[in-house]
Write a protein that binds this ligand. Sequence first.
Ligand code: SIN
Ligand code: MN
Length: 281
Amino acid sequence: MNLTPEQLAQFERDGYLFFPSLFSRTEMKVLTDEVPALYAQRRPENVRERTGDVVRTNFAAHMYSEPFARLARHPRMVEPVRQIFAEDVYMHQFKINGKMAFDGDVWQWHQDYGTWRNDDQMPEARAMNIAIFLDEVNEFNGPLMFIPGSHKLGVLQAEHDTSTTSYPLWTISHETIRKLVERGGIVAPKGPAGSMILFHGCLVHASTSNLSPWNRVSVYLSLCAVSNHIRRFKRPGYIAHRDFAPIQCLPDDCLLKRYDVPLPWKDGTPAEELQGILRAA
Ligand code: SIN
Ligand code: MN
């Protein structure tokens, strides 16, 4: 899938692109059918909400789940990013965020590149997220909110928030958010399961809690230009990957047909990937 000149100009201006219903319901079912078994596993890749046993985010499923290993190589997700960077990309992070009915907690305002730079020493903002909705996203189940154009401001001052949710994040002050919103407003792309969002590593984003009875499961691939790989392995390898090999895409029908994919962590996460290593990459 190639982005048009108009889409590239829109991405440059707004910092994101939205593709409603890019994947079919049949393609999404292959993935959603797999999520309960993944979330039920007792492994460190499942980070749970503060309130109990509900999964907030699952990391690195593409290393041990066959359908997600195929998604991680899907040309509709990988090629637009490769086109923007004009370079091969590798998987910096892979996560399935639950935002489960009634329990899904907030994600405070942040930029992903703030974390990638502060924690992982990623040299430049040549990495971005490409998200896919496994469930419908509506105004009630905690849609992702963006401040359009905020990616142009580079890395903003952030504080390490280790208390408001169960997952540590470099977050931006409410005073800064107020100013950014005065200038750019807020948008929240909503749509059916199978919709995709591509967004810049510096785009400021957040989401509220999910008080609705509907899950809002979404998958995020964080793809980084190979030359821009992280220089520090402070975080566990299952959160910030250390394999910088370029992603080799599968054919476009890879969610509907079986293709051989490696599942190196199927029988457990290697010990060296479970913790940080304080040394240069
Ligand atoms: C994120 O910013 O990484 C996740 C936000 C969300 O899933 O709402
Ligand atoms: Mn984020």
